[in-house]
Design a binder for this molecule. Structure first.
Ligand SMILES: NC(=O)c1ccc[n+]([C@@H]2O[C@H](COP(=O)([O-])OP(=O)(O)OC[C@H]3O[C@@H](n4cnc5c(N)ncnc54)[C@H](O)[C@@H]3O)[C@@H](O)[C@H]2O)c1
Length: 312
C-alpha cells in the first residue's frame, strides 16, 4: 500500500485545528505548525475530545488511528516538507497573510499547493510577491470545518486553473463540499449572502419590528430547516406549482416592493442593545459551553444527513 500523502496545517488555532481533523480523518498524514506554544499544546487534546464526540455519533470509528496521523511542529519548514497541500489559517490581516505566504513560498516543493482559510481578504492582496503564486488561492471554510463541509475556492488572477482543479478534487476526496468562484469578490459568496441577511436582521431589530429572539427563531425554526439540505434557488423552485419561473412571476413584485436602500454600518447603540439582550439570556461566561453545545448538535445533524444520503 502506498504511504499516505502529507498535508501541512499552518496556523493551528480554531480553524486550523479543525482542518487537521478533516485531513487526518480522510487518511492523510497531517503536520500542524503554529508559532504559539500554548496553541501547539492544545491541538492534540482538542482533537482527541472532538474525535470522541464524532465517534459517539458514528461519524468516525478509528479515533486513535486518526489522532496518530497528526503531528505537531514548531518549525515551518519541517511541517511543510513533503506536503502535497498546505492549508494556511493564520490571523486575518494582510500583514500576517503576506508574511506567511512569502515564508511558505521559500520552503514549499515545486508541486505543493497552498490554500488560505481567509474569510474575506482575497489572495491577490497577499500572494503577488510569491514566486510560486500560481499555486496559491483561497480555500475558505466555515467554522468548524470538520463539521461544516462547504469550502469556497477562490483563485487570484494569477492562480493556475489546474491548481484550482486539484484543490477542488482534494476537497471532494476529504468529503468537504467545494464551491468554486470564478474570480475574487469581497466577502466571497458565503459572507455576501450572510451579510444581506444580517443587514436585514439588524434593520428589523432596530426598527422594533420583532424581538431579537423572534428574528433568530424565524431562522432556527423556519428558513434554516430547509437550508440544512437545499439552497434558495431549489427552495423557490419547489414553492410554486410551475417551479422557479412561476415563483418569480407570482412573487417578484412583492420582493421588489420590500427592497430598501442600504443603510450605513450597524449602529453602535443598536449593537449595545442587542448585546444586553443576548448576555441576559447567555452570560459571557457560558459562551464557550454553548459553542461546545453547538458542535455537539452539529455533529448529530451531520450524522443524520449522512444517514439520509445528504452528505457532501
Ligand atoms: N473562526 C472562524 O469562524 C473562521 C471561519 C472561516 C475562516 N476563518 C479564517 O481562518 C483564519 C484563522 O482564523 P482562526 O479563527 O483560526 O484564528 P485563531 O486566532 O484561532 O488562529 C490563528 C492562528 O495563527 C497562528 N499564527 C499567527 N501567525 C502565524 C504564522 N506566521 N505562521 C503560522 N501560524 C501563525 C496563531 O498563533 C494562531 O494560533 C483566518 O484567516 C480567519 O479569517 C475563521
Amino acid at each position: 500500500m502506498a504511504a499516505p500523502q502529507t498535508i501541512a496545517i499552518v496556523g493551528a488555532g480554531l480553524v486550523g485545528s479543525g482542518w487537521a481533523l478533516v485531513f487526518a480523518r480522510a487518511g492523510f498524514r497531517v503536520k500542524a505548525y503554529d508559532p504559539a506554544p500554548e496553541v501547539r499544546a492544545g491541538i492534540l487534546p482538542w482533537a482527541r475530545e472532538s474525535l470522541a464526540d464524532l465517534a459517539e455519533v458514528g461519524l468516525v470509528s478509528d479515533a486513535e488511528a486518526i489522532l496518530a496521523r497528526i503531528s505537531v511542529h514548531d518549525d515551518l519548514a519541517a511541517a511543510v516538507a513533503g506536503a502535497v497541500y498546505v492549508q494556511e489559517s493564520v490571523f486575518e490581516t494582510v500583514a500576517a497573510k503576506t508574511e506567511v505566504s512569502l515564508a511558505l513560498d521559500a520552503v514549499i516543493g515545486p508541486q505543493t499547493i497552498v490554500g488560505s482559510s481567509s474569510s474575506g481578504i482575497p489572495a491577490s492582496q497577499f500572494t503577488e510577491g510569491c514566486r510560486q503564486r500560481a499555486r496559491f488561492m483561497i480555500a475558505h471554510p466555515v467554522n468548524p470545518p470538520h463539521l461544516v463541509p462547504v469550502v469556497e475556492i477562490v483563485p487570484a488572477p494569477w492562480t493556475a486553473p489546474e491548481a484550482v482543479a486539484q484543490v477542488v478534487d482534494l476537497m471532494r476526496a476529504v468529503e468537504q463540499a467545494p464551491v468554486r468562484l470564478t474570480r475574487e469578490i469581497d466577502g466571497f459568496v458565503l459572507n455576501r449572502l450572510q451579510g444581506v441577511l444580517l443587514n436585514e436582521a439588524w434593520a428589523l431589530y432596530e426598527d422594533g419590528i420583532a424581538s431579537l429572539a423572534d428574528i433568530d427563531a424565524t431562522l432556527s425554526q423556519g428558513l434554516g430547516l430547509r437550508w440544512a439540505f437545499m439552497g434558495p434557488f431549489e427552495t423557490i423552485d419547489l414553492n410554486a406549482p410551475g417551479g422557479i419561473a412561476d415563483y418569480a412571476a407570482r412573487l417578484r413584485g412583492l420582493y421588489a416592493g420590500m427592497l430598501r436602500p442600504a443603510r450605513g454600518p450597524w449602529p453602535d447603540a443598536v449593537i449595545a442593545r442587542a448585546t444586553d439582550e443576548r448576555r441576559a439570556s447567555l452570560p459571557a461566561a457560558d459562551l464557550a459551553q454553548r459553542r461546545a453545545w453547538r458542535d455537539a448538535k452539529l455533529s448529530r445533524l451531520v450524522a443524520f444527513k449522512k444517514s439520509q444520503g445528504l452528505s457532501a
